[in-house]
Design a protein around this ligand. Sequence first.
Ligand code: HEC
Ligand code: HEC
Ligand code: HEC
Ligand code: HEC
Ligand SMILES: [Ca+2]
Ligand SMILES: [Ca+2]
Ligand SMILES: [Ca+2]
Length: 264
Amino acid sequence: MKRVSNYLGWSALWFGLMLWTCICLPVQAYERYSSCAGCHGNFTDSTSPKGTIFPSNNKHTMHRSSSYMDAECNLCHQSGDDDDPYIGSSNGTANNPGMGCIGCHLAEGLRAKHAEGGVASCGGCHSDGPPSPENVKPPYYDTADTKVKNPANDVKAANTNENWSVGDFLGLDNDGNGLYDLADFACGRYRILSATKEGNDVRITWETAGGRKDAVQAATDLGGSFADIGAATLIPGVGIVVTNRLEVGAATNATRFFRLRYAP
Ligand code: HEC
Ligand code: HEC
Ligand code: HEC
Ligand code: HEC
Ligand SMILES: [Ca+2]
Ligand SMILES: [Ca+2]
Ligand SMILES: [Ca+2]
């Protein structure tokens, strides 16, 4: 009898070990870069699900080279992890704690971006509250350990703020709402600059940002109902854009009020 119960004891233990192996290993694998590589390729290569073009066709170079982001090695690395750094920890430096990738890629926003881009799998293991808005500076930004500065690009220039890839002048969509940098309300300026009479017409000039879709609305009194003047316009370009629209016949009204509507 003693032998049998021992045998049962061991098989229960082995069964337990097998469950541990089957369930826990894949979960642990998502702690490190290798779990991202299935879609993003090696960090040292050119793969991008977004179609981004990296300097020297290399994500590692874009992040670490002094010609680009110039990120200190230990923002991402810790001793002995060269082939597979952690996403959420690193050695850190004298200026920054060891947060790993999330020192720049805020975790909730990064996962929201994946959901927005059609990758539902992150939500299977993580359940997040609302991400911080686009204008919240991630902890590593604008510190001595990197040239990455502002979560929004306000100039159309290479190698500034958050843009270090080739050609697009955009950085990250930090909160994953589909709007990059100044096209995001949290960062962009969005206001009517003037409404000027041109004969019977009125030209409305407003400040907005490339990538946003705006409609101008008008009403005859402030409490009245505002209606779009013509179709909403997709604002071309990157960064701050000043644009205008003419409302034909607007000046034939005794008074006219204008406002902007965001029309995604
Ligand atoms: C932005 C985060 C980040 C920074 C900064 C960074 N690394 Fe890496 N590093 C990685 C990742 C991720 C990998 C895994 C590469 C892969 O996918 O194969 C890696 C891989 C490596 C490797 C192994 C592959 C190879 O190229 O030989 C070495 C060595 C390495 N890093 C050294 C450095 C050094 C030295 C620095 C600083 C000058 C640095 N890294 C800065 C993220 C980073
Ligand atoms: C199932 C495939 C898949 C996996 C796994 C994956 N990604 Fe992505 N990732 C994507 C896609 C697709 C996009 C582009 C989303 C878009 O542009 O709409 C993206 C975008 C990004 C971006 C750009 C964010 C921005 O603001 O534009 C970063 C950074 C990123 N991923 C990092 C990671 C990291 C770190 C991991 C591992 C923890 C990871 N990804 C795992 C598919 C994946
Ligand atoms: C199989 C389960 C699983 C999936 C799927 C998964 N993760 Fe994770 N992830 C984990 C675990 C476990 C950790 C490490 C424990 C921790 O720090 O929360 C982690 C850690 C992280 C971290 C750093 C810790 C933090 O602050 O949240 C980020 C960022 C992250 N994952 C992003 C992603 C993204 C992006 C995806 C989708 C592409 C994804 N994860 C998919 C299980 C998963
Ligand atoms: C110092 C800040 C910083 C750190 C640390 C950092 N990143 Fe980035 N990363 C960025 C910025 C900024 C971009 C966007 C550059 C651009 O598109 O112009 C980016 C882009 C990326 C992209 C390219 C997405 C695409 O396809 O366009 C990936 C993948 C990525 N990071 C993964 C990581 C991983 C993995 C780590 C940690 C090992 C990490 N990053 C650490 C700032 C950082
Ligand atoms: Ca860019
Ligand atoms: Ca955004
Ligand atoms: Ca941004």
